[in-house]
Design a protein. Structure first.
Length: 663
């Protein structure tokens, strides 16, 4: 097949728009580039299309126009988010992995077509059709279309076209349609200067949008789930007739119609708790066989469905239904009830040979995924809770003590293990000499920590790491420490991704004071923690902000806690007995809070509200860090966030030697 299905081709054209200056949809310099609708109100384009126009003012309202959208009249739109790290310099080439932008139209209720985005995670290949807009003589935007073969790949997200098609100026941001499957698989990025051919960005790069990715794809799948199901004028019915749909003459085969229903129902299920559940459930559905190599990490239930392909063809229906039933069991295990998905799986099983029904109807979650059954048939929460005093779980503790008489900042250190028995004997320490400067701490601690972790880590359950240090140094981003110079590919190097990492106040050594103990015990009984913006918006920190707070309150600072306003606020929080807090270690605007501060406070509030109690917080934060590491999302609200978790039931032993002096 060399040309796209004519109906799918028309549907793609109907979803395609061009971006332009506000109020100027025609004439010279009107055309910025192309884009296309991926969900109701959402347009996908290239970041480099918008960067020159929005440099210095990302809130600028601009126009989008499509010949089959809103009667051909322009719509006001605004950048929602792009993957760029800051504003690129003029003429600077944007890397492939950063060259996507999501745009929102500002008018509600506008009806428009949406493309079908592939759910497959492998690289597409073969014939593609690209269509968008280009400037005609005089600058008027006109439609164009080209057919080209994808015959090469660059790293994870770059798709190379064979030099047989010419891509015009203005085409960047156009959808790339795979004619074999009838799905959009990429976004045109660039043409080759003076030659045919060019490059596109794989649609899987959308996963780099992090927390925005799942709701976006859920909106996409829900929209297609409501599209016409009887006439042939929709994506799914036409995809049924394409080679990439596989053979689906019987109920034991998985068809594009099945896929549409499944993804629409999966979009109603709460997102998974990280990447691992999706990987493990898809693997079990594939009979215990991992997906073929070269797949990108899955972040949503939809992505797990995208792992159920073999040699570009859908797997048998029983594997897909097995996966869906595992999602049902997983969701039930965390207290949800995905009844619509469960009911649809039960109905669809009627078309599958009964001999294989038991594979689905008796589906059980893989070991280590989900919550074990509790007495009486209930279930425990899936999140690993932080060790309690005397429960037999080991915690590794690093104590960093400032060398007070040294001219520059230097530390003495010791490593202990709290296993509920003997905390007083350090396993490793360096308490003499000049001390270690901050920039050399990680290198010095690597070997002794590796030895201790090898002793206390359980299979699949790395021991938590607590770092006790002075409050003036709370902005030490311990969670970013890399405790190995050369990590294995399947093991992240960052300590905060592999294991729970929290900070403690080393000044709280010895017998805990009554204020600290009372607040901790009240917080344990309070249930779900709540966010306490610290200090209140546009106020200076006051002691009263921390004294009369609710037992569930967790101070959240959008600024560093080791200096300035943040240090005063953290000092008051510690003085009033607070033992759990979150703060941003990476700085703060001098002129007050910015948009990122609001995202951090909103994100922290949601993060805290999802926990049943404070014991869940360290592991939940580790999972967030794991997701950030996998998506490489440097703009995530939690990327630079540290956590104070200071249990007075396990106090640090008192220092018998008093202050440490430099020799």
């Amino acid at each position: 097949m060399t040309d796209a299905d004519p109906v799918i081709d028309a549907l793609t054209r109907a979803a395609t728009v061009h971006l332009h200056a506000p109020g100027v949809a025609d004439g010279p310099h009107a055309l910025w580039g192309s884009g296309f609708f991926v969900a109701p109100g959402w347009i996908l384009t290239c970041a480099h299309v918008l960067a020159p126009q929005l440099r210095g003012d990302r809130a600028l309202v601009f126009g989008v126009t499509g010949s089959e959208v809103n009667g051909g009249r322009p719509l006001a739109a605004r950048l929602e988010r792009w993957l760029l790290d800051g504003d690129p310099r003029p003429e600077q080439r944007v890397p492939v992995e950063q060259d996507l932008a999501l745009v929102r139209i500002m008018e509600d209720g506008v009806e428009h077509e949406c493309v079908w985005l592939t759910d497959r995670t492998d690289h597409p290949g073969g014939r593609g059709v690209v269509q968008g807009y280009r400037p005609e003589d005089g600058g008027r935007p006109v439609r164009w279309k080209a057919t080209a073969k994808i015959n090469g790949f660059d790293d994870d997200y770059g798709l190379r076209f064979r030099p047989e098609a010419e891509f015009p100026k203005g085409g960047s941001g156009s959808p790339v349609l795979d004619v074999h499957t009838g799905a959009v698989v990429g976004v045109l990025k660039s043409r080759r200067t003076g030659r045919d051919g060019g490059m596109a960005i794989a649609a899987t790069a959308l996963r780099r949008f992090g927390p925005l990715y799942q709701p976006l794809m859920a909106a996409h799948d829900r929209w297609h789930g409501l599209s016409p199901k009887i006439t042939g004028h929709n994506w799914t019915e036409r995809q049924q007739q394409l080679p990439g749909a596989g053979v689906h003459t019987g109920g034991d085969q998985w068809s594009p119609r099945d896929r549409r229903e499944a993804l629409s129902l999966l979009a109603r299920v709460a997102p998974p708790d990280g990447i691992r559940p999706v990987v493990e459930l898809a693997k079990k559905a594939r009979g215990g066989v991992a997906a073929p190599p070269g797949q990108l990490l899955p972040y949503a239930w939809r992505d797990g469905h995208g792992l159920l392909y073999e040699a570009g063809q859908p797997v048998a229906a029983i594997a897909a239904l097995h996966y869906l039933q595992l999602v049902v069991e997983y969701e039930r295990g965390r207290g949800g009830e995905p009844a619509p998905l469960a009911e649809w799986v039960a109905r669809r099983l009627q078309d599958v040979p009964r001999i294989v029904h038991t594979v689905v109807t008796q589906a059980t979650l893989p070991a280590g995924i989900g919550r074990p059954l509790a007495p009486g048939g209930g279930r425990h929460r899936i999140v690993v809770r932080y060790p309690r005093p005397g429960d037999g779980s080991a915690v590794v503790i690093v104590e960093l003590e400032r060398v007070i008489a040294a001219a520059a900042v230097r530390f003495y250190w010791r490593i202990r293990v709290d296993d509920g028995h003997d905390l007083n004997e350090p396993l490793h320490e360096e308490q003499t000499g000049e001390g270690i400067p901050p920039e050399q701490l990680v290198r010095r601690l690597r070997e002794p920590l590796a030895e201790v972790f090898a002793l206390v880590d359980a299979p699949g359950a790395p021991a938590p790491l607590e770092v006790a240090l002075p409050a003036d140094h709370f902005d030490t981003a311990v969670h970013r420490w890399q405790l190995t110079e050369m990590a294995r590919l399947h093991q992240p190097a960052y300590v905060g991704v592999r294991r729970m990492v929290v900070l403690r106040d080393i000044a709280r050594r010895g017998e805990p004071d009554s204020v600290w103990v009372r607040r901790w015990r009240a917080m344990e009984r309070a249930g779900a923690p709540t966010a306490l913006r610290t200090p209140p918006h546009r106020q200076v920190p006051r002691l009263r902000h921390f004294e009369g707070t609710a037992p569930s309150a967790v101070p959240v600072l959008c600024r560093p806690a080791g200096s300035g306003v943040g240090r005063r606020a953290m000092g008051m929080a510690l003085e009033t007995g607070h033992a759990v807090a979150l703060w941003h270690t990476d700085g703060h605007p001098e002129q007050g809070c910015a948009d990122f501060c609001e995202r951090l406070h909103d994100g922290a509030a949601r993060f805290l509200a999802q926990a049943a109690d404070i014991l869940e917080l360290p592991e939940r934060l580790r999972r967030v860090r794991d997701d950030i590491s996998g998506s490489r999302n440097g703009g995530h609200w939690a990327e630079g966030v540290a956590m104070l978790y200071d249990d007075p039931g396990r106090p640090l032993p008192a220092d018998e030697d008093g202050p440490v002096d430099s020799p």
